[in-house]
Design a protein around this ligand. Structure first.
Ligand SMILES: Nc1nc2c(ncn2[C@@H]2O[C@H](COP(=O)(O)OP(=O)(O)OP(=O)(O)O)[C@@H](O)[C@H]2O)c(=O)[nH]1
Ligand SMILES: [Mg+2]
Length: 233
């Protein structure tokens, strides 16, 4: 699933390919706008994945904004995963980094962490080699210190080798948060030997199979409830 890039000679890359993943309304689109320093992603609820590019601090940056998943992983997951996988394929060479968007907010709890891992588990385990946590709502940090939030998110952070960056999407003039993130991404890309993460073909098949099963179960339920109705009336 991994292709080597030829851009590893210097730490600063000419081109960076980024995908944003996370639950609904955690600030993925806002993060994409902060990153590209322009309002290109609408903050209304995304129904599709979208790709935008721009010039950021001397690099060509491509950002794929995805539709968010529901907090509860039992809810409509297969259609969402299918669209997320399609989002990855908007960049045929793959992506350098997967930014897992998590709000610095106490309402992000264990079930939501499980949901995040469920969605990540769809992909090959190498996905974690390319993953980094992007904390949003940096402006709302007052209720707990960053260390406490980091402690709470230790499971995902551990898998990402403790790579993270905090964003305050309300402060677009703060360019240092963006350049810091790009530097951390470049370190990670260097560590990965310049490789990209690509969704493997068989994962698309797995998603299709799951969708088929769900549709079949729904059809069975429909038939059963029809029989019940006939029985009672
Ligand atoms: N205060 C504050 N608000 C933020 C921050 N990031 C995002 N928001 C707000 O949170 C709301 C949701 O942000 P979006 O970027 O649309 O969230 P999303 O993850 O793209 O949502 P979906 O596309 O529905 O999954 C918007 O009102 C944003 O302005 C942040 O860092 N601080
Ligand atoms: Mg969005």
């Amino acid at each position: 699933a991994e292709a080597k890039s030829s851009q590893v000679s210097s730490n600063k890359l000419q081109e960076l390919r980024i995908i944003l993943l996370g639950q609904k309304t955690v600030g993925k689109s806002a993060t994409g706008n902060t990153l590209l320093h322009k309002e290109v992603f609408a903050s209304s609820q995304n129904e599709q994945c979208q790709m935008q590019e721009g010039e950021v601090a001397g690099r060509r940056v491509t950002v794929i904004d995805t539709l968010g998943w529901w907090q509860d992983s039992s809810c409509c997951t297969d259609d969402i995963d299918k669209e997320i996988a399609r989002g990855f394929s908007l960049s045929p060479v793959g992506v350098h980094v997967i930014l897992l968007v998590i709000p610095l907010d106490l309402t992000f709890r264990d079930p939501q962490r499980v949901t995040l891992e469920d969605h990540m588990n769809l992909f090959h385990a190498t996905v974690w080699k390319h993953a980094m946590v992007l904390f949003t709502y940096g402006d709302k940090l007052a209720d707990k210190s960053l260390e406490e939030h980091i402690e709470r998110e230790h499971s995902a952070l551990q898998k990402c080798l403790n790579r993270y960056q905090v964003f305050n999407n309300r402060d677009e003039s703060n360019l240092s948060q963006v350049t810091k993130l790009l530097q951390k991404i470049e370190e990670m890309v260097c560590y990965n030997g310049g490789s990209y993460y690509k969704v493997e073909e068989h994962i698309f098949r797995v998603i299709k199979e799951k969708q088929k099963e769900v549709a079949e179960r729904a059809e069975e339920r429909r038939k059963k409830s029809c029989k019940m109705t006939n029985f009672f009336f």
